[in-house]
Design a protein around this ligand. Structure first.
Ligand code: HEC
Ligand code: HEC
Length: 257
């Protein structure tokens, strides 16, 4: 039976719009596949184990991650790029000691000691690093250290520029440095803005930064004697040249009046 002219036209429309819509659908499917699935960082065994430690210890009773959880303490989505591994490791090793000093004001919120083993801490760091590498499109708001892609900005490898090293290693999470264009306000370790006045010398500073445990007790800055295990050893993350350049720079730091 011959279809009337209108019906023929309608059939043509149906077929062609379906073809176009299917093409768009497939196009977007591929696009999101490459955007989301391909770009997602790999889940290693350590990441999966860290996820379990995170849930076994009810971190989300106090913290949020990807916007989910409780609002008692900080959002942890980008904590690794914001604070640095060394800082996060120090928090997890002895939370009361570090978190008591995080908020110098009168509203002190202290994280309880969860007695995590070193293995658990390593796994948690792997997990938090993985979460931090997800493209969260700028979440949480104000994570300034991140590029628009949601990843920590890559810093030049092999640089001996002390300012880049200080930023890359996040010394400012623990130290106040208010000079040389640095504007950090950490309160866990001594203020370094006027380090030249301590007359430490480059060799001493190389030891302190490379391996803080190598400094004898009686040489630790006043008031920080009990906190010396909080600073991570950086010798494995720095070449001899980088360490020297950093120590020289810090040795010369002077408060700007
Ligand atoms: C009982 C509440 C509580 C629990 C449970 C808890 N925390 Fe905390 N955490 C805090 C408080 C309070 C702070 C310090 C104040 C803040 O960061 O808001 C803190 C700080 C931190 C910080 C430093 C954040 C920053 O930006 O400086 C990290 C990292 C952290 N916690 C990780 C964890 C992990 C991982 C777990 C689970 C193993 C956990 N916390 C469980 C209360 C808690
Ligand atoms: C997790 C916190 C933390 C981080 C991160 C950290 N430090 Fe420290 N730092 C401390 C603490 C606590 C002390 C005091 C105890 C000690 O001397 O070991 C300290 C001491 C120092 C001193 C000794 C100052 C003096 O004259 O007595 C220097 C220099 C120093 N840090 C440099 C650095 C540099 C450079 C970085 C980054 C590469 C860094 N720190 C990262 C916590 C930290």
């Amino acid at each position: 039976m011959e279809l009337p002219k209108d019906a023929k036209r309608a059939k043509g429309w149906l077929i062609w719009t379906s073809v176009v819509m299917i093409a768009i659908f497939l196009g977007l499917t591929f696009q999101s596949y490459f955007y989301v699935i391909k770009k997602e960082p790999k889940v290693t065994d350590a990441v999966a184990a860290g996820n379990r430690v995170f849930h076994d210890n009810n971190c989300m009773d106090c913290h949020t991650i990807l916007g989910d959880g409780a609002y008692y303490a900080a959002d942890l989505t980008k904590v690794i790029s914001k604070r640095g591994q060394g800082f996060v490791r120090a928090v997890l090793k002895d939370p009361p000691k570090i978190t008591r000093d995080l908020w110098p004001g009168k509203y002190k919120r202290v994280m309880p000691n969860l007695h995590l083993t070193n293995q658990n801490i390593n796994n948690l760091i792997a997990f938090l690093t993985w979460i931090g590498e997800l493209d969260t499109n700028g979440w949480p708001p104000g994570s300034k250290v991140l590029s628009s892609k949601g990843k920590a900005k890559p810093l030049q490898e092999g640089t001996t520029s002390p300012v880049s090293l200080i930023k890359k290693l996040n010394c400012g999470a623990c130290h106040t440095i208010q000079t040389q264009g640095l504007n950090t306000a950490g309160v866990i370790g001594p203020n370094l803005s006027n380090e030249s006045a301590r007359n430490r010398g480059v060799d001493w500073l190389v030891k302190q930064i490379g391996n803080p445990a190598s400094i004898p007790d009686n040489e630790v800055a006043k008031g920080y004697e009990g906190k010396r295990m909080l600073m991570p050893a950086f010798k494995n993350q720095l070449t001899a040249d980088q360490l020297k350049s950093l120590a020289t720079f810090i040795n010369n730091l002077k408060e700007e009046k």
